[in-house]
Design a protein around this ligand. Sequence first.
Ligand SMILES: Nc1nc2c(c(=O)[nH]1)N[C@H]1C(S)=C(S)[C@@H](COP(=O)(O)OP(=O)(O)OC[C@H]3O[C@@H](n4cnc5c(=O)[nH]c(N)nc54)[C@H](O)[C@@H]3O)O[C@H]1N2
Ligand SMILES: Nc1nc2c(c(=O)[nH]1)N[C@H]1C(S)=C(S)[C@@H](COP(=O)(O)OP(=O)(O)OC[C@H]3O[C@@H](n4cnc5c(=O)[nH]c(N)nc54)[C@H](O)[C@@H]3O)O[C@H]1N2
Ligand SMILES: [Mo]
Length: 766
Amino acid sequence: MAKRPPASDIDESRVSVAPPADVAVGVPAVAHALKIAVEQMGVVRSIRSLTRVNQKDGFDCPGCAWPEEDRRHVAEFCENGAKAVAEEATLRRVGPEFFAEHSIEDLAGHDDWWLGQQGRLTHPMVLDEGATHYRPITWDAAYALIAEALRAAPADETVFYTSGRTSNEAAFLYQLLVRGVGTNNLPDCSNMCHESSGSALTETIGIGKGTVTIDDIHDADLLIVAGQNPGTNHPRMLSALEKAKQRGATIIAVNPLPEAGLVRFENPQTVRGVMLGGTTLADEFVQIRIGGDQALFQAIGKHLIEHDALDRAFIDEHTSGFDAYRAQMDAVAWSDLVAATGIAEDRLRRLGEAVRASTATTVCWAMGLTQHKHSVATLRDVVNALLLRGDIGRPGAGVCPVRGHSNVQGDRTMGIYEKPSEMFLDALGTEFGFEPPRAHGYDTVAAIRAMRDGRVRFFMAMGGNFVSATPDTAVVERAMSQVDLTVHVSTKLNRSHVVTGRRALILPTLGRTDRDRRGGIEQRVTVEDSMGAVHASRGRLAPPAHDLPSEVAIVSRIAALVFDQERANAPSADWAALADDYSGIRASIARVVPGFDDYERRIDKGRTLVLPNGPRDARHFATSDGRARFTANALEYPTIPPGRLLLQTLRSHDQYNTTVYGKDDRYRGIRGGRRVVLVNPDDLVERGFADGDIVDLVSEWTGAAGGVEERRAEAFRLVAYPTPRGNAAAYYPETNVLVPLDSVADVSGTPTSKSVIVRLDRRPSA
Ligand SMILES: Nc1nc2c(c(=O)[nH]1)N[C@H]1C(S)=C(S)[C@@H](COP(=O)(O)OP(=O)(O)OC[C@H]3O[C@@H](n4cnc5c(=O)[nH]c(N)nc54)[C@H](O)[C@@H]3O)O[C@H]1N2
Ligand SMILES: Nc1nc2c(c(=O)[nH]1)N[C@H]1C(S)=C(S)[C@@H](COP(=O)(O)OP(=O)(O)OC[C@H]3O[C@@H](n4cnc5c(=O)[nH]c(N)nc54)[C@H](O)[C@@H]3O)O[C@H]1N2
Ligand SMILES: [Mo]
């Protein structure tokens, strides 16, 4: 069992708490980001990098997937984008000396913050079986080790993970490698993220993506932002909301927490933002109970139906299933909708009235809606509520799942998917002259189960931090140690390099900001934003080591070795040529993936290739019956046993997923520590606790066998916070030890990171 960073690593007594802020961004944000940037990169590199984020001919921000307002003109400053850039473009280095100095056991005693702070990885490293330290290995020897392991393992005992930073080009080549090996075991971060959105949207509107553009956000009459904290996680979205607001839109924020930014936003770009105290973005803040959103959207639907405020023409022409949905809404009781949301009936009806009054409604959401047991049902009910008024496929209206990682959507478009369509596989097979495997593969949770049960011999990760990001940390750590060889292609050190298989490789690679020169050409890559727009990205900074290969180069070298003359049914490609000129990869993408015709020209000179989107372009719904589908979903919401709390695990302002920039959460008023748990003051009193007490969080899960399983996260400081009664919040990844592997969303299989039943155990005083 891997050593854990001691809980006392974080000294809770140093944590300071102030009331949460109601204003996001503004001058302090700029100052904070610049401080981190200069610490990590120095002044010159800070200026070179930060002036090129999201600019024409620059690089795509490695932060979030929110689209650029207008790539050509605006130099938008985003605090957390700047922090993401600084984290990658840091001048600190982790080379062979570092690994000689630090044993695995030593590294296992540090948290992800410390590991990440050490700097960029520069050398391929190997951990031999039983060794205490990583040692340097040549690139050739590393590739040979991988090829040998892939030849030895049955294809269905290999697993290939992807995190969402990987470019289209690298992702496309990677999935080709994997299918050439003979498996669809392609779990990705999306399985833990927007999989519920994809599942619900594909089924109901025939496309697993959002339907709006940035212009639709600007033109919306009503924007509902549910389960999302854009002030921290999608700061550039605030500018779009501000523009919508200035054009007269109403914004309703639905969240258990009063998140800064939704309440008020100071745009650092404008005099108005800096001098006049900013724009009040949300007209209404609906403080919902965790997991109450399905009820809220049912309430909206019920209200609209009761008042016959329906777009009949749209319903008749473009939808199916309305009668069953209406019957379901007739049957659901207002008292249940009130119980689920914690919102009074008249307030729920007022929300229904707001939708009724709106000429164009868009619903935006993120993890607050996707990481629950009933997330797919919740999102189906979001679609239902919009369909009633024809609010899909017209200007200002639609669904807007706000994606996380900067190319997570593109990776899926490129075929990073454990359940590929037959059409995609046919086209891939034709392009590369082989027969791809048809059986569906493992998603993230299934991959962990297979690893745990000793059914995986080879694990490779293209980016990410599998051990920290996935649920049930203790189970995952044991699962990892069952694997023969684990391979991580990474930019920065993280816990997945420390908790490994029997043998392990670290392959360092280029990031978004790095210059990528191959075959005498400065290569560019492409990425797809949250709204289906694809554009080029080109890093300009000197890479951390001169011979550092790109992800594309790494994949093509492995493929060239694995798919040698003797291998039957191997995809045929000139791997070396593809790695020396990425436009060759784009040419293949254009032939395999619909919508990429004339790819090269359409991304040239800062242009954007907008992918086809049936619902948005033509109210075309590629569902089983060719119509947008109303669905009838029984109301679900979490029930909290007496004395317990429902815990959501979320991001602080100073982190990017498992990459922790610092230990403050400025907007929530918390400084100096991450092991905090936010609890309603009345719940504290009721349990005999006070703000500042230290507790263990113990999750309680009724397993398949019927017994209650307990999982413990030690030493958290209680913070009295305005969250609904019975609800609590704490940061991920520290709380992933509490999330049971088997607690997943129906249909999508997404871990229920936003609903974990916990109790607070008093710690014996020291
Ligand atoms: N700076 C920064 N940017 C990021 C990331 C990062 O870590 N740091 N991560 C990226 C990634 S991969 C993703 S997926 C996105 C994540 O973006 P978010 O989804 O905004 O991230 P979370 O911190 O998980 O926040 C979840 C929000 O939902 C609310 N919430 C929780 N439960 C419920 C519920 O039941 N109902 C409702 N209505 N609300 C609820 C929480 O209070 C919180 O405001 O951000 C991306 N951008
Ligand atoms: N409890 C709980 N768990 C969650 C969530 C939650 O809200 N609560 N959120 C889930 C979500 S939404 C997501 S998306 C996942 C995130 O899961 P992951 O995507 O697996 O995790 P990250 O922390 O984003 O990965 C960071 C690592 O990626 C590597 N990296 C960064 N950039 C690059 C690059 O350009 N190339 C390569 N090869 N490597 C790179 C670095 O080594 C860095 O340490 O976590 C999920 N887990
Ligand atoms: Mo995500």
